[in-house]
Design a protein around this ligand. Structure first.
Ligand SMILES: [Zn+2]
Length: 341
């Protein structure tokens, strides 16, 4: 989910200039600091993919085309030492790159895995278990299906909620795109039950039925087993309902973390030793989440903010670099920047 860019916000031009200067300075200092850290201990970087497929519409920008992904993997295999996310990194020769996937879309096994196997590159797949074997889509695809389509819509949508209740204009697609962006952001920060209640309200309002587009389905149990059986793939956990853990009670967090681990272990017959936090920014999990991951028996956990991994990095908050649908030239330049960004 991309939040509104500062360049498009209603700040005054002098505020924008000041913001850009501060941002530039921050990045410069950070880059110098990272250069120094790399001299002391050569880094590991972890890449984060979500989907490998061609999509006609991808408002979340989660999909990388199979052609681009193939180029990415060949480039990495030629240029870098590729390591596995779950392995013990102490004593490994560095610098090195690890490849991960989040969410558990079917295209991971149908389109990404054959490329990984062909090129001979390992990856770790963090899977949310709630939709395995169903045609139910992740909640952001339901939101997309309710709002981001052409057609006749009511002129307003009123969200009925004690804290977030508000009315939006919805007659045009542009207005519904705005509402989609706002609700997507809000839904990342609320409990699973509340989000489901909001989606039900939207569904009634839009008079839409749940879509069963196979392009957005999660893996089946057979596909999870196929993935786990590949020498180039490892399965990790990513909760049940893909909610931000920080929005949940300790009991709910425990249920999400422990249940997803257990379900995947039963499906694959293998120990699931790694985890990634849904959404993964620092505000999306908390110290309770980190402690519960340790208690569940995971050996490390992945976040979703950029950074390099050194000997001193917290193994339960490992930074990752999000990869978009870049062509080879852009990907090579981005990877170059990841070593110090
Ligand atoms: Zn995710």
């Amino acid at each position: 989910m991309d939040i509104q860019r500062i360049d498009e916000s209603p700040l005054t031009s002098s505020a924008r200039t000041a913001y850009r200067s501060v941002r530039f300075l921050y990045r410069k200092v950070r880059s110098i600091s990272n250069h120094l850290c790399n001299l002391i201990d050569r880094p590991i970087i972890v890449l984060l993919y979500h989907r490998v497929t061609d999509l006609p519409s991808d408002p979340e920008m989660l999909a990388v085309s199979p052609a681009n992904f193939h180029h990415h993997m060949e480039f990495l295999a030629q240029k870098f030492r590729i390591i596995r996310f779950e392995e013990d990194w102490s004593g490994l020769e560095k610098p090195a790159v690890a490849i991960t996937f989040d969410d558990g879309y079917a295209d991971n096994v149908l389109e990404a895995l054959p490329i990984l196997e062909k090129v001979g590159v390992p990856a770790t797949f963090f899977v949310s278990t709630g939709h395995i074997g169903t045609k139910k889509e992740f909640w952001w695809h339901r939101l997309e299906a309710f709002l981001l389509r052409e057609g006749e819509f009511p002129s307003h949508f009123r969200l009925d909620d004690d804290n977030y209740g508000q009315t939006w204009d919805t007659a045009t697609l542009e207005q519904r795109k705005m509402l989609y962006a706002v609700l997507n952001m809000l839904m990342q920060g609320v409990s699973t039950d509340r989000r489901e209640e909001w989606l039900d309200q939207l569904q009634t309002w839009a008079e839409a039925v749940d879509s069963d587009k196979i392009s957005h389905r999660s893996m089946t149990q057979d596909e999870i087993r196929r993935l786990a059986a590949s020498p180039w793939a490892t399965v990790g956990a990513h909760t049940v309902t893909h909610s931000a853990l920080s929005a949940l009670s300790e009991e709910q967090q425990k249920e999400e973390i422990f249940t997803s681990k257990q379900a995947l272990e039963e499906m694959t017959g293998k120990e699931i030793s790694t985890f990634s936090y849904p959404f993964g920014r620092k505000e999306d999990y908390n110290q309770t989440s980190v402690r519960l991951c340790r208690e569940a028996g995971f050996v490390k956990a992945a976040s979703n903010f950029p950074g390099q991994i050194h000997n001193w990095t917290d193994p339960f908050q490992l930074p990752r670099h999000l990869v978009r649908n870049w062509d080879l030239e852009s990907f090579a330049a981005k990877v170059e920047s990841f070593w110090t960004r």
